[in-house]
Design a protein around this ligand. Structure first.
Ligand code: PRX
Length: 648
């Protein structure tokens, strides 16, 4: 970590908010003052102002049974109502989404259209026996139906579990089984860089591994031939076309479950992160308003996928509850060419654009001629999320996308936190390239050392959150103990984020990446244990060790070291087979970039695999003393092999 810290400390550029931005900003310094004075009162005010309640809550926080906190616990509301119905009286013709399909087809969806689509699907779900509290899996590409499906679940009180379309049949089945989902909404396929992602075929594969699913709803998108099983599989358009475009929203308690979203932890089994209703909406609506400084007529574009939490919070619930007009794009940023995103910004005159550092690094590699071919002058604010942004990428983003006039918000948060926690406030905070700056109003972050003591300016340690916040996860689905162990057991009363962080001399926060065995590949969280367990499930693999090694574009890349059973010999074909095997088990996002086959893995005398050493070898660092290893000879052999491996 120290090398990183030194690099970051060399970064001393500072960007002050412009006068125009400051004088019109939604959130001012007063927000901090209010929250510092009375944090609970601050959140109460946000909850009452931003949510239309069926029954207003009388209590803000119930902290009688930590870490099982409850927010606004006697309040009643419906999130679909808050995202749709309440806007209709004055704004039914306002555009909710300008949707852009990868092949070039488009849809303009008003709040009225979205409301009607959601009601129709809600009615159809009810007819398929989906009831309040039931879990529904959603496995779709980025078509409007993914938003409609999430909101339809929220409307009838069903719990959605969106599974990213890049996950395999097996990963989908694991998530269906864990949540005991009774219905899955999918599509024939999704478009990705001109190719079809075979969503329905993947669902068919997963249904061989689960008995919970009673019905499958299939959106027609790619129009290719698929298998439809009579009685179980239903076309979305047939199911919804004759439904009524009205459906009464279910009255939900503030603490009823809204969704489960699976994320990687330090073991092979993904965790189902549970979010509930009112606190979550308070968090996402507030942060969407303050961090993106959203204005009545803005065109806003969060270029994430609804399969991840960023899509949940900043494509669906935050923006829609704030009556925002969004752009939504189905496909890859380089389909049909590297100008695609910039042409969309020009076409819709996008004002606010939110993406990941890994995407920015890819844009840098593709060249400035692509953004320069389009008029990006409508942009006012840029955001990043998902991983630390290196100062070079920040400055490039500022110069070539933002035209040196846009504020940049580097937003730190997690699936678990539900909404943004650490970020500059545009108009208030002077930003430094590469720093997420500081905690938002109402959030109390701190950095602690090994003993749990807070560190001061100029020092580093582990990022923690001191007090509960409304949009926090409530538990790990079906596993309260894992919730306690993972997040609340490192230091009494502190939420442990699993990230390293550091304060600079001015108290700005710099995120330094994960401190556990979780990799961050293109902003996607993947656990080393998950990939290792996929590798050892291959018949020829005896043992596997996986690490994340530095990568110029994707932040980290997955590097695997594998030893084979008995006298098995590895060759290029086996390496290909193993990469495919991981892809089949988890999904293409988890394919190792390199696999080194080795007779043995470096181990301590007590038999522990030395992952840190493998990381040093992969990143071609000078190694320290390795003579204490049980099998020191293997190191030089591995050094040779690791540098010879050819990435695909
Ligand atoms: O390591 C941090 C990194 O992403 C992790 C959370 O991943 P996930 O739950 O998939 O959510 C990603 C989108 C919110 C964090 O533990 N991370 C996220 N944002 C940043 C970041 N690291 C540095 N800077 C950020 N802005």
């Amino acid at each position: 970590m120290s090398e990183k810290i030194e690099n970051l400390l060399k970064e001393d550029r500072k960007f002050k908010p412009s006068d125009v931005l400051s004088s019109n900003a939604n959130a001012t310094n007063e927000w901090f003052e209010k929250a510092n004075k009375d944090r609970l009162d601050f959140w109460k005010e946000q909850a009452l102002n931003r949510i239309t309640w069926f029954k207003e809550p009388t209590e803000v926080l119930d902290d009688s049974n930590p870490p099982f906190f409850k927010w606004f616990k006697d309040g009643e509301l419906n999130l679909s109502y808050n995202c749709l119905d309440r806007h209709l009286e004055t704004d039914s013709d306002r555009v909710a989404f300008y949707w852009e399909g990868e092949p070039g087809d488009t849809q303009v969806i008003t709040y009225r259209d979205l409301y009607e689509r959601v009601c129709k699907l809600s009615n159809a779900l009810k007819k398929l026996n989906v009831k309040k509290g039931d879990r529904v899996a959603i496995y779709l590409g980025m078509t409007p139906e993914i938003v409609v499906s999430m909101l339809a679940c929220a409307r009838i009180g069903a719990v959605h579990s969106v599974v990213f379309g890049g996950f395999s049949s097996e990963a989908l089945a694991d998530r269906i089984n864990d949540a005991e989902a009774k219905l899955v909404i999918t599509a024939d396929g999704a478009w990705r860089r001109g190719e079809i992602v075979p969503l329905k075929a993947n669902v068919d594969g997963s249904l061989k591994l689960t008995n919970y699913i009673e019905n499958v709803i299939v959106v027609k998108r790619t129009q290719h031939e698929i298998n439809m099983e009579f009685g179980r599989d239903h076309w979305y358009h047939e199911l919804t076309e004759n439904e009524e475009a009205v459906c009464k929203p279910e009255i939900m308690n503030a603490e009823d479950m809204l969704y489960i979203l699976y994320t990687s932890g330090t073991t092979a089994k993904p965790k189902g992160i549970v979010h509930t209703q009112a606190g979550y909406l308070t968090g996402v609506a507030t942060t969407h308003y303050e961090v993106f400084d959203i204005k009545e007529n803005d065109i806003y574009w969060c270029a994430a996928d609804c399969g991840w939490v960023t899509g949940h919070s900043y494509i669906v619930y935050g923006p829609l509850s704030n009556k925002t007009t969004s752009v939504m794009y189905e496909g890859a940023p380089n389909a049909p060419d590297e100008k695609r995103l910039w042409s969309i910004i020009e076409k819709y005159k996008v004002n606010i654009f939110y993406t990941a550092p890994t995407a920015i690094r890819a844009f840098m590699k593709w060249g400035i001629e692509h953004p320069q071919a389009h008029d990006l002058s409508s942009l006012r604010l840029l955001g990043t999320v998902g991983e630390p942004i290196n100062p070079e990428a920040w400055v490039w983003y500022h110069k070539y996308i933002g035209g040196e006039k846009c504020a940049i918000v580097d937003t730190w948060w997690q699936t678990e936190t539900g909404s943004i926690m650490i970020s500059p406030l545009p108009g208030v905070t002077s930003t430094k390239p590469g720093s997420a700056c500081g905690a938002l109003p109402g959030i109390e972050s701190l950095i602690i050392d090994n003993e749990g003591n807070p560190v001061g300016k100029g020092e580093g340690g582990f990022l923690a959150i001191k007090s509960p916040w409304p949009s926090m996860l409530r538990t790990v689905y079906g596993d309260d103990q894992r919730y306690i162990d993972t997040y609340w057991s490192q230091h009494e009363g502190l939420y442990f984020a699993g990230d390293g962080a550091k304060y600079d001399e001015e108290g700005y926060i710099w995120l330094l990446g994960r401190v556990d065995d979780v990799m961050n590949v293109s902003g996607h969280r993947i656990s080393t244990a998950e990939v290792e367990s996929a590798l050892v499930s291959h018949e020829k693999v005896a043992e596997a060790a996986v690490i994340g090694r530095k990568d110029e574009i994707t932040g980290e890349a997955i590097a695997a070291f594998v030893s084979l059973i008995g006298t098995e010999k590895g060759d290029e074909n086996l390496i290909k087979e193993l990469r495919q095997h991981v892809s089949d088990k988890i999904g293409p996002i988890a394919k190792p970039k390199s696999i080194v086959i080795t007779p043995d893995l470096p181990k301590t005398r007590s038999g522990k695999i030395m992952r840190r050493l493998l990381k040093d070898i992969s990143e071609e660092r000078k190694l320290g003393d390795v003579t204490t290893l049980a099998n020191a000879d293997i190191v030089s052999e591995l050094q040779n092999r690791a540098t010879q491996t050819d990435d695909e």
